[in-house]
Write a protein that binds this ligand. Sequence first.
Ligand code: HEC
Length: 151
Amino acid sequence: MKRLSYIAPLACLMLVVPAYAQFTKSGDAVEYRQGVFTVMSHHFGLISRALKGEIPFKTEEVSANANLVARLAKLPWGAFPVGSTTSDSHAKPEIWKKADAFKELAERLQTQTDKLAAVAKDGDASAVKAAFGDVAKTCKECHDAFRTKHE
Ligand code: HEC
């Protein structure tokens, strides 16, 4: 039984680590945030396809995807240590020069994806569409300001 006393705090720590991921190399941070963006984009894209009627609009699935987007939207920001760019990265140096503006957009994304997840539960497609549109604008606004174009 004695062992449990230090296993429990360790388990708590493991739950906390992803949100406060620490990186020793820029390449690791870039890989982490690109991975999160890629997965988030996949689930966001599935909501878009359901709204366009390319796949059936099933409340349960749209809601599950919206929940994933909201959870994932919390993760990339801990993976932008100052100056972390590599030749694989599309992060602009403005991220660290205009840190407040970047943070504001990151926070807006989290508020808006939480709202998307909340409305998706009710299955009202027009409400989902409006909330989806707000999120998509924020993705674009941040990419226009802080991400270099993919060639
Ligand atoms: C606050 C700024 C910001 C917001 C908001 C944002 N992104 Fe990004 N995104 C970035 C940056 C910066 C990169 C480039 C990361 C890198 O290459 O180091 C990126 C990269 C990406 C990538 C490419 C990943 C790769 O493998 O190169 C995808 C896909 C993506 N974002 C999707 C989205 C989607 C979808 C949303 C909205 C739901 C979104 N992003 C919202 C800043 C943002």
